[in-house]
Ligand binder design. Sequence first.
Ligand SMILES: Cc1cc2nc3c(=O)[nH]c(=O)nc-3n(C[C@H](O)[C@H](O)[C@H](O)COP(=O)(O)OP(=O)(O)OC[C@H]3O[C@@H](n4cnc5c(N)ncnc54)[C@H](O)[C@@H]3O)c2cc1C
Length: 372
Amino acid sequence: MTDDLFHLTAPWAQQLNADTRELDAAGAFPHDKWKVLQETGLLRTHFAPEFGGAGHGVTATMRALEGLGYVCHDAGLSFSASTQIVSVGVPLQRFGSQELKERHLPRIMSGEAITAHAITEESGGSDAMNLAATARRDGDHYVVSGGKMFITNAPVADLFLLYVRTGKPGPFGLTTLLVEAATPGLTAGPAMDKIGLRTSPVGTLSFDELRVPVSQRVGQEGTGFLILDHVMKREVLFGFSITLGEMTRRLEETIAYAGKRHQFGQPIGSYQAVSHKIADMKMRVETARKWLADTGVKVEAGQDASLDLAATKTIVSEANVQTALDAVQIHGGRGVLTEHGIERDLRNSIAGTIYSGTSEIQRNRIATLLGL
Ligand SMILES: Cc1cc2nc3c(=O)[nH]c(=O)nc-3n(C[C@H](O)[C@H](O)[C@H](O)COP(=O)(O)OP(=O)(O)OC[C@H]3O[C@@H](n4cnc5c(N)ncnc54)[C@H](O)[C@@H]3O)c2cc1C
């Protein structure tokens, strides 16, 4: 079953990889490829059959997403897909009312409604528990004011999960609200230009007297922190399973290149300076695989995996940057030409040490859990 899931998106490889270089240069969201992704059924993997999902757990979904990363050279598209699964669908499935689930889960898992979640603000992302956007109660509505920043999918999204403050400062004053993009008072800014993941649009949101019915609250008032904790576990495991697939492909391509590229009458892979780099790439990829697998099993079993998640996120994202750098070096001049896609891999890897909690914040968490 899990191997079937790994190969789920493989039959669409050609469509998923069409024009990747041009779309990356344009920084354009690939709407046509999103339709292909809808066809693959990948977006349904993790959701309950009663709403039209395939009903797979955490580790099986990770395997399907690893397969996407392996097949799809458009890392921005893959990143938007993982945001689609975790941002609204995951919290709705776990904490949403029956009415909200029936109304929205089918259109989320089909990919018809593109989704985003909004936590980060201009004033900060690392200190997310102190976010400032507020929602005050006015009868059977909340009135939201403030703004958000760096929101993946925001420029193309139909549905948002907003993390806002309804109560006291700190984590227990946070609440989550489900909002349609077309709601008056909600404005999504244009896609912001960035170094990598360029086909995954990131943008701002601003709220001006945005009225949201209380019935669109997900979970109880003041439980936004718990919802975010549930979401972030899956965001790390799902998003970085895609990264594992991408790193595996990169390693295979680099081994093949080192075997066929000759200098001084020999394949460059026969030189220890090159082969040791590849050995390091292999160790990084397999370390990433083991951490993801172990942590996925723990999360699926409902065990405490706080330290494991922080370590997994840091290890995989940093392995991605380092293996991308190694691949550029081993490909020589071809490594920096856009036509081969090796430099794109490096640009795409950079943001991974920042989103979903920076490397510094993950190390802080590990140190705290060690009693430091
Ligand atoms: C491609 C991309 C997609 C994103 N998608 C989303 C999204 O969909 N939704 C969303 O809500 N957000 C999203 N983000 C935002 C992301 O979560 C934040 O950028 C991240 O949490 C860091 O916040 P910041 O940018 O405000 O940096 P800051 O928090 O200002 O941090 C700046 C630097 O200071 C360091 N630092 C801060 N505090 C400490 C500390 N206590 N100890 C040590 N070092 C510290 C950080 O590690 C970092 O190096 C996305 C970001 C990117 C790049």
